[in-house]
Structures are given as structure tokens and as C-alpha cells.
Ligand binder design. Structure first.
Ligand SMILES: Cc1cc2nc3c(=O)[nH]c(=O)nc-3n(C[C@H](O)[C@H](O)[C@H](O)COP(=O)(O)O)c2cc1C
Length: 183
């Protein structure tokens, strides 16, 4: 038997990513957990950002940002970029990160992250507490060991996820898409 509980943002696990924005001179990095896939063709994702964030100002101004996937070893950077504001600190400098020029957007990607998705905002949706940027993924880069040919192949156990207020490791593969139909 289940009992009634308070409604909240209970969906889990969700991605925890680093979003870089601005341009190669004026930039910021923000930790985002309210992030999701919204369309396949063209590939699109959404991020929800509070209006009070410095990153919100930059994304609104430039209409572009990069979503950088984070690996297990980058846990401290993931949390750190989510507890200080780019208004008071340059997070690239503070966390020893390198700006990587993107081919399709002005925003820098984070060179140390294994995967970077270059995003162009197509819709801006005012929610309650957050503003949702729905963006097309117009370019993608990945480190060699996270690829299979020109496709992304995320290694088992490397990616971090977010469950309530906890960072969790993703585990080993226990099945693949459509495996039940092949029985
Ligand atoms: C794990 C984690 C997830 C977060 N997810 C979001 C989010 O989805 N949206 C948001 O607006 N802020 C989120 N935050 C808070 C921002 O990352 C944080 O306020 C950050 O300092 C804002 O930086 P900025 O002012 O440079 O943009 C999250 C923080 C953490 C630690």
C-alpha cells in the first residue's frame, strides 16, 4: 500500500549537468538538474533556470548555451558551480576549467567535461519559479573514450545523476532498449 505524500519535484533520477553560457570573454557556468530531453528530430532539450541566476541573464542575452555532461571525478566541480554565483566569481578560473570554443554557438564549452552539447534557444517558457529554455542541439563534441565512431557511447558507471538532494553514480547496464521484444 502506498500513502499520500506531499507533492513536489519528485521525478528521479534526473541529469545533473554543467551549463556554460555567454561568450569566450564574458562567461558563466551553472549547475542544472532541471534538464530534460524534449524532442528527437531535431534533437532538443530543456533547462529550467531561476530568473535570479547570473547564467539566466547570459542565456537570455545570447540565446545559446552548452550542456556539459559530468563524470564521476568531477563531483566537486558539479556541486561547486551550483553554490556560488558568476556575479562574484569566475567559475572557469575558480575550478581550473578551460574554455573550449564551440563550432556552432558563441558560448564556450568546458574542455574537461567528456561531452558538450551546443544548444540554440528556440522557445522561452515562463514557468512559476523557473524559466524553461527549450533549445535545439546544433552541435555535439565528445572525448574519444566516450564515443563509438561518430556516436556517443557513455561508459558504464561514469555518469553522475541527481536523486532528491543526492549525487549518485550511474551503475552497470542491466538491459538494452527493446530487449524484451527479442525474447
Ligand atoms: C545539484 C544542483 C542542481 C541545481 N539545479 C538548478 C536548476 O535546475 N535550475 C536553477 O536555476 N538552479 C539550479 N541550481 C542552483 C544554481 O546552480 C546556483 O544557484 C548557482 O550558484 C547559480 O549560479 P549563477 O548565478 O552563476 O548562474 C542547482 C544547484 C545544484 C547544486
Amino acid at each position: 500500500m502506498k500513502k499520500q505524500i506531499k507533492t513536489s519535484t519528485h521525478l528521479a533520477p534526473v541529469a545533473a549537468v554543467l551549463v556554460s553560457c555567454g561568450d569566450m570573454d564574458v562567461s558563466d557556468i551553472v549547475t542544472i538538474a532541471w534538464c530534460g530531453t524534449v524532442n528527437s528530430e531535431p534533437p532538443m532539450l530543456s533547462i529550467s533556470v531561476r530568473r535570479s541566476r547570473y547564467s539566466y541573464e547570459l542565456i537570455k542575452k545570447y540565446g545559446e548555451f552548452a550542456v556539459n555532461l559530468v563524470e564521476r571525478e568531477q563531483l566537486e566541480v558539479l556541486d561547486g558551480c551550483g553554490v556560488v554565483s558568476g556575479r562574484s566569481v569566475d567559475k572557469f578560473k575558480k575550478f581550473g576549467l578551460t574554455k573550449q570554443a564551440c563550432g556552432n554557438i558563441k558560448a564556450p564549452a568546458i574542455a574537461e567535461c567528456p561531452v558538450s552539447l551546443e544548444c540554440a534557444v528556440r522557445h522561452t517558457v515562463e514557468m512559476g519559479t523557473h524559466v524553461m529554455f527549450v533549445a535545439e542541439i546544433v552541435g555535439a563534441t565528445a572525448r574519444e573514450d566516450w564515443t563509438d565512431g561518430d556516436k556517443l557511447r557513455i561508459p558504464d558507471g561514469k555518469l553522475l545523476a541527481y536523486v532528491q538532494n543526492r549525487y549518485v553514480e550511474t551503475g552497470k547496464t542491466v538491459g538494452t532498449y527493446g530487449f524484451t521484444a527479442q525474447k
